[in-house]
Design a protein around this ligand. Structure first.
Ligand code: NDP
Length: 283
């Protein structure tokens, strides 16, 4: 039977470390704080926000939510953003995207202070991730995969990693983080020929495509480590990943479930980035 990589175990270990960092910061008079900026009330934004608020409270990080109406104008949106960006008591900003179509996000992404950019929205942080500079703030989901692999002591050096998905939120930055760890990374997308064969070539297979159960048993090599980033709702309304878990698990050495896998770690990474923004150092 494979080892099931549980997000809750990774998050618990991260919490222990972060609670200590919060105490150290507070001893220096710094109270770490996350500001969440949300325009409108999309259900998935609200769900993530709820989880983020709970996570920050668990760790001892303050959290304030700035909610703007769906039809807010560019001027008021920028004014609210700038208020948060210049507030010295705020150490991290989470802004839900996509924004409504009438708003230009570039206006704020050009001015966000990089150390407050907890989810890698601005070019300065993207450039750091792509140049292998670890002082940047990678997207939380991409970093969550690394935290999971590290926690389960999956050595990446020289390993063949096949990654399905090339978005700027998950696939591409994750490929860079894996390369930084000296993995040999192959990226797949909708135009990849022989997707099954390419996936089988991976000793580690990471699915971040957003297609319910698209990774089937014939796409997985014996003993592979399989990480599922996907969060999908299937035709029966059931939450599931990109991996056909029941069919695949028997072939794997390690596998992450959905739910309770990578998705359970992202808000922990968010918290870690807020603490780093407040001056905490992590190994
Ligand atoms: P995007 O839709 O932006 O990107 C999907 C990528 O997968 C694209 O590069 C696309 O290729 C590729 N792809 C889609 N279908 C196939 C296919 N059949 N074969 C090969 N490649 C395919 O999605 P995101 O990156 O934003 O998210 C990916 C998944 O991760 C989603 O399920 C999302 O819900 C989940 N997610 C989970 C998070 C978490 O906290 N666990 C956070 C963020 C996302 P192409 O470029 O050619 O179109």
């Amino acid at each position: 039977m494979p080892i099931v990589m549980k997000g809750s175990e990774v998050a618990a270990a991260m919490k222990e470390d972060m609670v200590k960092k919060v105490s150290e910061l507070k001893a220096k008079g710094i109270v770490p704080k996350l500001a969440i900026l949300r325009v409108g009330s999309r259900a998935d934004d609200l769900a993530y926000e709820k989880g983020a608020i709970k996570k920050m409270a668990d760790i001892g990080i303050e959290c304030e939510v700035h909610e703007l109406a769906q039809d807010v104008g560019q001027k008021d949106f920028e004014a609210e953003f700038n208020k948060i960006n210049s507030d010295k008591s705020v150490h991290g900003i989470l802004m839900f995207r996509p924004l409504p179509k009438n708003l230009d996000e570039n206006a704020v992404l050009e001015v966000i202070q990089p150390h407050k950019d907890s989810d890698c929205m601005c070019n300065a942080n993207i450039a750091k991730v792509f140049s292998g500079d670890l002082s940047g703030y990678p997207p939380c989901t991409a970093q969550a995969v690394i935290e999971m692999l590290d926690y389960y002591k999956i050595d990446l050096t020289g390993k063949r990693v096949t990654l399905v998905g090339r978005s700027m939120v998950v696939g591409k930055p994750l490929a860079m983080l894996l390369l930084k760890r000296n993995a040999t990374v192959t990226m797949c997308h909708t135009r990849t020929k022989d997707l099954a064969g390419t996936c089988r070539g991976g000793e580690i297979l990471i699915a971040a495509a957003g297609k319910a159960r698209m990774i089937t048993a014939d796409m997985v090599s014996e003993g592979a480590v399989v990480v599922d980033v996907g969060i999908n709702v299937d035709e029966n309304g059931v939450l599931c990943g990109d991996v056909d878990y029941d069919a695949v698990e028997g072939k794997t050495s390690y596998i992450s479930p959905v739910p309770r896998g990578v998705g359970s770690i992202t808000t922990s990474v968010l918290a870690k980035h807020v603490l780093r923004g407040a001056g905490a150092q992590f190994n």
